[in-house]
Design a protein around this ligand. Structure first.
Ligand code: MSP
Length: 516
């Protein structure tokens, strides 16, 4: 694999980040970190969507300038991603001058080509979707089905994009590339939407929305927020700028991760824009499901909006690994997931503390107890368990090739269970009692060698825990997956008693409580 490029949706900064936004960034970051274990050239882009009517209105209500308001809220997203160890390569803000100028050029290019034209129009605008809706999209009360609000009747002269021109090409592309939209069951939904697709308005009169990027040679119009937002995936890489090296290197994206609610924009509008610009389409669009809280939709009015920070604080977590692991494995690929405090606690205690953490802890403790922490040459073997481990690595890679992050996580935990069973079956404590030292040492060596592979595999989900494991095993956590050869644990002294530390404390343990 030569290079890998992944993106997230860019979040509207009219509020603070919640666990739904966090889910997407964690999912993408786990994918990104996995691919850093397969190539040196992996790139992850995330960002903030800072234009549009909602931001204009909210900042006005707060008596702030739009830019001040965006700066204040963008910082909340930046802080949240830091807290969650989302190590993106770049975070783009759509108020960035380089982005704005590239969007103007993109718009102009489409206009010059005749794909954007002026047209007087009356339509129904939903500010929640930042989109015009058709009558038939509305529910029985004449409201937007997502935001449950009546759209505004807007009558303006706007620029229109010839979306209809690309309809057949997009249908063909989706049919010829069955894995373009992941999960594939969503492709039909998109094909149905394509049936009735019409040209779309891609600008708004400055009189109704001024907080946007002005059209280059027509100052009375600002560019529609979705054209502005979608372009971020290429403007961030320098498309149509003086330095487009990253664009040349990384476009087309390998996978663009978004929520199922914005699939239409990414599977119809975005491909059409790219086709109009004569650019290749992303290889995959991954539409993830929604996260509910205790099986209920998150909403301000219900007062059940959970932020990543509040979860971290209520469980007194110093590192985000448990939350990352829980969120990333909360739903099968593309399906809805749920967050609940009890389930969170139960799952991470069982998987990260009891199964994985304890396995390392007790193996290292036995190595110290029976062999003063030394690996003797006669312990080193080519164990059968290594072929199981190798199979797990291949399975995990295969799941990631299809962006099945939960499924890959479950495979890792299955292997942890296998290694736990290996310990129970071989009972090194009994071998020690019987003074079968070589056998006992071989069992421990085998387990520790497997733990190096486990630390690599769990790294994308739990980078801190993985590094702590690797540290105690004197293993290089930056080892590429294909370089794992089950010869990482060397003969000689491995660890002292005082250096054996639990890599993850049970959320309800006394030690974790003490840290409060
Ligand atoms: N600004 C647009 C995206 C433009 S991308 C070119 C937008 N912003 S958003 O803030 O409303 O949503 C950002 C992402 O968070 C979207 O992918 C959306 O699906 C996701 N989520 C928002 N709430 C969510 C949940 N409750 N659960 C999971 N993801 C959710 O749309």
């Amino acid at each position: 694999m030569e290079r890998f490029y992944t993106t997230t949706a860019i979040d509207y900064v009219n509020g603070a980040p919640h666990i739904g936004h966090a889910y997407e960034k964690i999912l993408t970051n786990v994918i990104f970190r996995h691919f850093t274990q397969r190539t040196d050239n992996a790139y992850m882009l995330t960002g903030c969507d800072e234009h549009g009517i909602k931001i204009q209105k909210t900042s006005k209500e707060l008596g702030m300038s739009e830019q001040e308001f965006c700066d204040m809220n963008a910082q909340k997203f930046i802080d949240a991603w830091k807290l969650l160890d989302i190590n993106y390569s770049q975070l783009i803000r759509t108020t960035n001058p380089l982005h704005k100028s590239a969007v103007q050029k993109i718009f102009q290019k489409l206009k010059d080509k005749g794909d954007i034209y002026l047209h007087k129009y009356e339509g129904l605008y939903c500010s929640g979707c930042e989109a015009f809706l058709n009558e038939k999209d509305l529910d029985e009360n004449g409201c937007c089905p997502i935001h449950k609000k009546k759209p505004e009747v807007v009558c303006e002269e706007n620029y229109f994009f010839r979306l209809s021109k690309y309809k057949d090409a997009i249908i063909k592309y989706i049919k010829n590339n069955p894995d373009f939209i992941i999960p594939s069951f969503r492709a039909n939904e998109v094909l149905n939407q394509l049936e009735n697709i019409e040209d779309i308005s891609v600008s708004r009169s400055k009189k109704s929305v001024h907080w946007g990027i002005p059209v280059l040679d027509d100052d009375s119009q600002v560019i529609y927020v979705w054209i502005d937002a979608l372009s971020n995936y290429i403007t961030a890489l320098g498309y149509l700028s003086e330095d487009d090296e990253k664009f040349q290197k990384y476009w087309p994206a390998d996978v663009q991760v978004i929520g199922k609610d914005i699939l239409k924009f990414h599977a119809i509008y975005w491909p059409a824009i790219l086709m109009a610009l004569d650019l290749p389409l992303p290889k995959h669009i991954l539409a993830h499901g929604w996260i509910t809280i205790d099986e209920t939709k998150m909403s301000k009015s219900l007062g059940n909006v959970v932020s990543p920070k509040s979860v971290m604080e209520s469980f007194n977590l110093i590192q985000p690994d448990a939350l990352r692991y829980y969120m990333a494995t909360s739903a099968p690929c593309g399906k809805d997931g749920n967050y609940s405090d009890d389930d969170f606690k139960e799952k991470v205690n069982a998987h990260l503390a009891n199964s994985m953490g304890n396995l390392l802890n007790r193996s290292l403790s036995m190595l110290v107890k029976y062999f003063e922490g030394d690996i003797k040459p006669e312990f080193i073997t080519k164990a059968e368990l290594f072929s199981e481990a190798k199979k797990t690595i291949e399975n995990v890679k295969h799941h990631f090739d299809y962006y099945e992050v939960q499924e890959a996580g479950l495979k890792i935990m299955e292997f942890v269970d296998t290694v736990n069973k290996f310990v129970t079956d071989n009972a090194p404590w009994t071998l020690a009692k019987e003074e079968k030292w070589t056998e006992c040492g071989t069992v421990l060596y085998t387990v520790l060698e497997c733990m190096t592979a486990i630390s690599s595999l769990i790294y994308p989900y739990c980078p801190n825990i993985a590094s702590a494991m690797a540290n105690q095993l004197k293993y290089d956590i930056n080892t590429k997956l294909d370089d794992i050869n089950f010869n990482a644990i060397k003969e000689g002294h491995l660890i002292n008693k005082e250096d054996i530390k639990p890599v993850f404390l049970r959320l309800d343990s006394e030690l974790a409580d003490k840290k409060k």
